[in-house]
Design a binder for this molecule. Structure first.
Ligand SMILES: Cc1cc2nc3c(=O)[nH]c(=O)nc-3n(C[C@H](O)[C@H](O)[C@H](O)COP(=O)(O)O)c2cc1C
Length: 192
């Protein structure tokens, strides 16, 4: 199941990038505090405009039942159906103004995305799979966690060790066995 998801690349892309994919079947194995802290520290080493580090995270490990259920409650039913088995849920949001002068930071979402990709790659380097989701109630989560006017919900991320596709209902089960695909290089790159 894992190998079918490995990216079949035309060029020798780094193994970590080829190995990461958006899993839905998570095993009951917990994540430790050390593991989640390592993954979040990796996020923080992303580059950012003016080194503002605009990314923010609210995290719940499954062993923290109350926090976990709260983050799970914001997910759309189509995501919650499988994300309920993840070992951790991570809410990513961005501070959209610069701390030093309160001016808009137009790079905040870009840089938070960079941090999130660091997070995913660090996780897969530890054999921890991930799934980024935009399907959640951004308005409610922002209200409940008192996000300021210059703080913007970005994505929710499920993390955990890989489970078995058989534990999922359709249509999710077949998706675990579908190879990943990407556009051809020539369709999105213009070399001068
Ligand atoms: C910003 C963003 C939002 C996404 N939202 C969802 C989502 O709500 N539900 C879901 O099942 N997958 C979601 N995905 C996962 C994408 O569908 C997935 O990354 C894409 O199909 C490529 O597959 P891969 O990650 O396995 O390479 C999201 C991914 C990103 C980057």
């Amino acid at each position: 199941m894992v190998s079918i998801k490995h990216a079949q690349t035309q060029y020798p892309v780094a193994d970590l990038i080829r190995k990461r994919w958006s899993a839905r079947a998570f095993s009951p194995q917990a994540l430790s505090q050390l593991e989640i802290s390592t993954i979040l520290e990796a996020a923080n080493w992303a580059p950012s405009a003016m080194n503002e580090q605009p990314w923010r995270y609210i995290v719940a490990l499954k062993q923290n039942e109350e926090g976990y259920q709260q983050l799970l409650s914001y997910l759309n039913p189509g995501n919650a159906a499988w994300a309920k088995d993840a070992a951790a849920l991570v809410f990513s949001y961005a501070k959209t103004t610069y701390a030093r002068n309160q001016q808009p930071n137009i790079n905040a979402l870009h840089d938070t995305g960079m941090a999130n990709q660091n997070l995913l790659l660090q996780a897969i380097s530890m054999n921890i799979y991930s799934h980024v989701m935009e399907g959640f109630d951004k308005r409610k989560i922002s209200r409940d966690f008192n996000l300021a006017d210059d703080e913007q919900a970005v994505v929710m991320i499920a993390l955990g060790h890989l489970g078995e596709a058989a534990q999922l209902d359709e249509p999710f089960r077949s998706r675990e066995a579908t190879p990943r695909s990407r556009k051809e290089l020539g369709t999105f790159v213009k070399e001068l």
